[in-house]
Design a protein around this ligand. Structure first.
Ligand SMILES: [Zn+2]
Length: 175
């Protein structure tokens, strides 16, 4: 297993605020720089859970490899206005990365301190829950918080009709 049960793949070499939020509450997590994940996936594929610090679809090669290996991947991302936690991508339980990319918001630079703090803390809660019970309410769904329109929103992601990717289904396997 890559040094810890949870691997946080992030553009930040040290995992950034998401990893920090997890370590602060004792979640066994280790960082993997995105550049290293792009080069060599073999080292992290046997983690119990991977946290992807970008929106779904932004790194199709890495995401496709995780989906193909049935490694659960929780997305978390933010910019100056919007924070998104989820979906928890799991082959056989929810949409594939390509379907998610068609419905996910496109974010700007992760420069928002407040959206980043909310996203990091919420992701840590989700990860703790996934480790505790092995499931998540963010399969095929995301939490969104917008500074300009404050309040928690839930967005559902569905599989495209006739998606050819093995294991791609809408939430609940009804896709
Ligand atoms: Zn799909």
């Amino acid at each position: 297993m890559y040094p810890a049960p949870v691997t946080v793949i992030s553009p930040s070499p040290h995992g950034g605020p998401v990893l920090a939020a997890m370590l602060r509450v004792g979640i066994p997590a280790a960082p993997l720089p995105l550049a290293a994940a792009r080069r060599s996936p073999a080292g992290w594929l046997d983690s119990d859970l991977v946290v992807c610090v970008w929106e779904p679809g932004a790194e199709p090669a890495v995401e496709g490899e995780l989906f193909g290996q049935a490694t659960g991947a929780l997305h978390v991302a933010w910019d100056v206005d919007l924070a998104i936690v989820g979906p928890h991508v799991v082959a056989g339980l929810g949409p594939c990365p390509q379907c998610l990319a068609a419905t996910a918001p496109v974010l700007g630079d992760p420069a928002g301190a407040l959206p980043g703090a909310w996203a990091a803390a919420s992701a840590a809660l989700q990860v703790a829950g996934i480790l505790a019970v092995g499931a998540s309410d963010l399969v095929g769904a995301s939490w969104l918080w917008r500074l300009r329109r404050p309040g928690l929103a839930v967005v559902e992601h569905r599989a495209r009709r006739d998606c050819p990717v093995p294991g791609c289904v809408s939430h609940g396997g009804c896709g």
